[in-house]
Design a protein around this ligand. Structure first.
Ligand SMILES: C[S@@+](CC[C@H](N)C(=O)[O-])C[C@H]1O[C@@H](n2cnc3c(N)ncnc32)[C@H](O)[C@@H]1O
Length: 569
């Protein structure tokens, strides 16, 4: 609809409903969409004997028809489409495609109309972003508008494979992909699209999203190959361009003389009747059909391996949507990484730390990602602080499903000279702090009707004696965390609380590199670690999500070691 022409201000003839109301369809229903309003106007033109009145209707219908695409583009935020893409579109529009063809540089006569344009590129890339696509396939690259828009929203280790039959276009797009810094995320495969699909299948690649936008007569073959070669990942989406093909679907009688219109007519029927997929035609520009695979198993089956538990695919079972979590020691390091992981998986997170400023900083980061988060100050050696962190979480969100007791400290000193207060403080934070936290959390969780999960941070030091650093108090305090985890896991097993712990290896933190006593030890540790590197906090994130989720529902009292294999050599 034109921005200046809201439907309720359309001029209606005297025989029609009062001004301000919408025109009525032949069925008696009020027009409800811009196309229906246009149709009403055109009907009125056809019925009208008054040329002036007919002209007025024609004007309104024209305004709407011409205005709608502009309005949609105006109201669309196309941030994903960066400067370089606008450049490419401009260059594509100005390029002498006939000249290029006549010089024999392209096999086919390309036209600037082949370019999907910035709006469609924004649609396809926003869609890719919304399904968190990592590996994408485009069939029909042309000058790479959509390719670049999609590449720009993929994660840094994501990739878009794009197919085209014209070697000239690979040369055309190369400098633009490089200038936009997207070349590492884009691989161009030249040749006939169907042969390239077979090549991708041979390489074992699977796609989260596929966009078909090449030769229209080839669509059916691309679709069939995608389905037969299993190129679309489970839960993946297939988008197909031009399925309304210039509005020629009305003249799509069998044997339509326009081979492209005929191909699209047959393609649309083929998709509609394929029992393997669900599809929806979206009236976006020249028509885009969205196709997804139907669940593989009939709804009547009770085989949960076929259906997924509760009809959830495995990755959905890791989702923490609508769960509430609390993480202690979350102001930095491992705890911060845990808070982010739980938030990314869907939980609301109470970020608990002795240092409120650090906790607030992490809350700012989480909220920036769209995660619900609050900051809570707590000294876990104090019972009332532990109770308060639980109370604050419950006051905020009314529940507590997941608690990660991660706050801990470590001093290095030879056992024979470890000061008594160092021993006490280590045990107070690392062991008593975990116990007091579990106790406060369980008071709420034991009364909960839904499953809860507690995850304590232990250490690889519970599985071996780390060398050469001296840390008797730390090692003993963490060993106690494992025993406590086992004990509580058993004690609360029949009351809906699972308790597990994670034992990280040596984590690569600034603390190590800034400490003159620890820095020289890095080389020694690396020799002890089969995987040949220190742990990063990101190495620990999947485990905390797994242990927090229903996917680990049969696991309690366990110690999950993530230490690059150091404890098994
Ligand atoms: C409509 S354009 C693609 C537009 C592009 N997706 C964009 O975002 O601007 C179609 C492209 O398909 C390519 N093409 C045509 N036939 C092909 C085939 N058999 N195999 C691979 N690509 C083909 C053409 O060379 C052309 O570049």
């Amino acid at each position: 609809m034109s921005p200046n022409t809201p439907a309720d201000t359309l001029i209606t003839p005297s025989s029609s409903p009062a001004p301000g109301s919408l025109p009525t369809l032949p069925s008696g229903r009020t027009a409800d969409t811009p196309l229906e309003v246009i149709a009403c106007h055109i009907r009125s033109i056809l019925k009208s004997n008054d040329i002036q009145q007919a002209h007025l209707y024609a004007q309104k219908a024209l305004e709407l028809t011409e205005g709608i695409d502009n309005y949609i583009e105006e109201m669309t935020s196309v941030d994903a489409v960066g400067e370089e893409i606008h450049e490419v579109v401009k260059k594509t529009m100005e390029w002498d495609w006939d000249g290029v063809y006549e010089k024999g540089q392209t096999k086919y006569r390309q036209t600037s109309n082949c370019c999907a344009g910035t709006f469609e590129a924004a649609f396809i890339s926003t869609f890719a972003q919304s399904i968190r696509a990592k590996t994408v396939l485009e069939i029909g690259m042309f000058t790479g508008t959509t390719t670049m828009a999609v590449a720009s929203v993929l994660p840094t280790d994501g990739k878009i494979y794009t197919l085209d039959i014209e070697p000239y276009l690979k040369e055309f797009t190369k400098p633009h992909f490089e200038k936009a810094g997207l070349d590492r995320k884009i691989e161009v495969l030249l040749g006939d699209g169907k042969e390239s699909l077979r090549e991708l299948s041979r390489r074992g690649v699977g796609f989260d999203m596929i966009f078909i936008d090449a030769d229209k007569t080839g669509y059916r073959g691309y679709y069939d190959a995608i389905m037969e070669l299993g190129l679309l990942n489970v839960g993946g989406s297939l988008l197909v361009d031009n399925t309304l093909f210039k509005g020629k679907y009305f003249d799509q009688k069998p044997n339509n003389p326009d081979p492209n219109a005929e191909a699209l007519r047959l393609f649309n029927h083929h998709i509609k009747s394929d029992p393997r997929t669900n599809s929806i035609v979206l009236p976006i520009r020249d028509g885009v059909t969205l196709i997804v695979r139907r669940p593989a198993s009939p709804s009547s089956t009770t085989d949960v391996v076929l259906t997924g538990l509760n009809r959830n695919a495995i990755l959905n079972r890791l989702s923490l949507n609508s769960k509430v979590a609390l993480v202690t020691g979350a102001g930095q390091g491992i705890g911060r990484a845990f808070a982010h992981a739980l938030g990314e998986a869907g939980a609301a997170v109470a970020v608990v730390d002795l240092n409120l400023e650090n906790a607030e900083k992490v809350v700012g980061e989480l909220r920036g990602k769209g995660v619900r988060a609050i900051a809570v100050r707590a000294d876990v050696t104090r019972k009332e602080d532990c109770e308060n962190m639980v109370t604050q979480t419950i006051t905020q969100w009314g529940r507590l499903d997941i608690a990660v007791n991660n706050a801990g400290i470590n001093f290095n000193s030879p056992a024979e000279s470890t000061p008594e207060n160092e021993w006490d403080l280590t045990f107070n934070v690392n062991t008593k702090g975990v116990f007091l936290s579990c106790q406060a959390e369980a008071k709420h969780m034991l009364a909960s009707s839904t499953p809860c999960s507690i995850i304590n941070t232990a250490s690889m030091a519970t599985l071996l004696v780390p060398r050469p650093q001296k840390q008797a108090a730390y090692n003993a305090s963490k060993a106690a965390v494992v025993k406590l985890t086992q004990t509580l896991g058993v004690e609360w097993a029949d009351r809906n609380i699972r308790v597990n712990c994670i034992s990280p290896g040596i984590v690569n933190t600034a603390l190590i590199h800034e400490n003159p006593a620890l820095k020289p030890l890095v080389g020694v540790w690396l020799d002890q670690i089969p995987l040949g590197r220190l742990a990063e906090v990101t190495d620990l994130q999947a485990a905390v999500v797994y242990l927090a989720s229903e996917a680990s529902g049969y696991m309690t009292g366990q110690n999950v070691a993530i230490e690059g294999g150091q404890s098994v050599v």
